[in-house]
Design a protein. Structure first.
Length: 186
């Protein structure tokens, strides 16, 4: 099964993706935009990560492909799935700068929300964004209807200084209102 957007297809991570995922995992420019660590990653560690995915139902990872050409352009996830409280953490990484600002990010987030709320029955999604990542803030808050719900001061150390972590979230009702108001899926 794949998760379809208007411009993207989200599919399972396959072993054949590991070389590209390893390349992205070692892209310092990409990781400067994301939370988490920034350490060199070996192909063996990428393979180990992939093998653990096979049995972890609370952490779902997807490869983002263009619908028209089937070219892998990034990854998306639903992780820390909490089935009792019906929520999850979501993240996205577009692998190279040349595919950013072309609508793939928005379509990926819209497709993830539709899948999370319509198929999985989740009630809310969360993510966090480094304060200087204005493009991600514009994507989530400006284009995809997420709400800034908090700020953790001086959370990330990047570029020789500390930056705030911006906490954003969206509920199922917020998503349905956005989809209807924008006519996104029409």
């Amino acid at each position: 099964m794949s998760i379809m957007g208007l411009k993207v297809c989200l599919r399972a991570v396959e072993e054949s993706d590991l070389a590209l995922l390893h390349q992205w995992a070692n892209d310092a420019e990409l990781w400067s935009l994301l939370g988490g660590w920034l350490f060199p990653s070996s192909l063996a560690s990428t393979r180990s990560w992939f093998e653990k995915l096979q049995t972890d139902s609370t952490n779902q990872r997807f490869v983002i492909e263009t619908r028209d050409a089937g070219i892998p352009i990034g990854t998306a996830n639903l992780v820390s799935l909490d089935w009792k409280n019906r929520n999850a953490f979501h993240g996205i990484a577009l692998g190279t700068a040349d595919v950013r600002r072309m609508g793939y990010g928005r379509d990926t987030v819209m497709a993830i929300m539709r899948y999370a709320f319509d198929e999985l029955g989740l009630e809310r999604l969360d993510t966090d964004i480094i304060a200087y990542n204005e493009a991600s803030l514009a994507l989530y808050v400006g284009k995809c209807g997420w709400t800034v719900e908090g700020r953790q001061r001086r959370w990330h150390y990047r570029k020789g200084q500390f930056w705030d972590k911006i906490l954003v979230g969206i509920t199922r009702d917020d998503y349905y209102a956005l989809a209807e108001d924008t006519g996104y899926w029409n």
